[in-house]
Design a protein around this ligand. Structure first.
Ligand SMILES: [Zn+2]
Length: 136
């Protein structure tokens, strides 16, 4: 199994754990760091809708909690025609994506389209001295 296939399978598997009783829209995300470590997350909804967390947000929290700071490649799996990251998650990728980040968008059958960060979020907001750089 290729690294990308494994990343897809990880995102698809964690999607099954999503808590989405309101939308019934399950999403899974899997990130690969530059050293090959994989982190996953699923969406977690709440009766108070704005409290909900996207799959990508969960994966970012897991990655940061484990001491990692960079996403080299990501797969997001949903059952929509094209489950692209929301605007908030595009900003998350801008914060933690490597220069060559690729975000693959998939349905349950496989990857449908792949995007660079520039394609997802042109002219992204970034501070020159990111807090994460202080940790490197
Ligand atoms: Zn999102």
């Amino acid at each position: 199994m290729s690294d990308l296939s494994a990343l897809f399978e990880a995102a698809k598997a964690v999607r099954e754990k999503a808590y989405a009783p309101y939308s019934n829209f399950l999403v899974g995300a899997a990130f690969r760091t530059p050293d090959g470590t994989v982190f996953t997350g699923c969406n977690v909804e709440n009766a108070s809708y704005p409290v909900s967390v996207c799959a990508e947000g969960g994966a970012v929290s897991a990655m940061i909690a484990a001491g990692y700071r960079e996403i080299a490649e990501a797969v997001v799996v949903g059952d929509a025609a094209l489950c692209t990251p929301c605007g908030v998650c595009r900003q998350r990728f801008a914060e933690f994506g490597t220069e060559n980040l690729v975000v693959h968008v998939a349905d349950l059958n496989g990857i449908k389209q792949s995007f660079t960060l520039e394609e997802l979020l042109p002219a992204a907001f970034e501070l020159e001295d990111k807090a994460k750089d202080e940790k490197d």
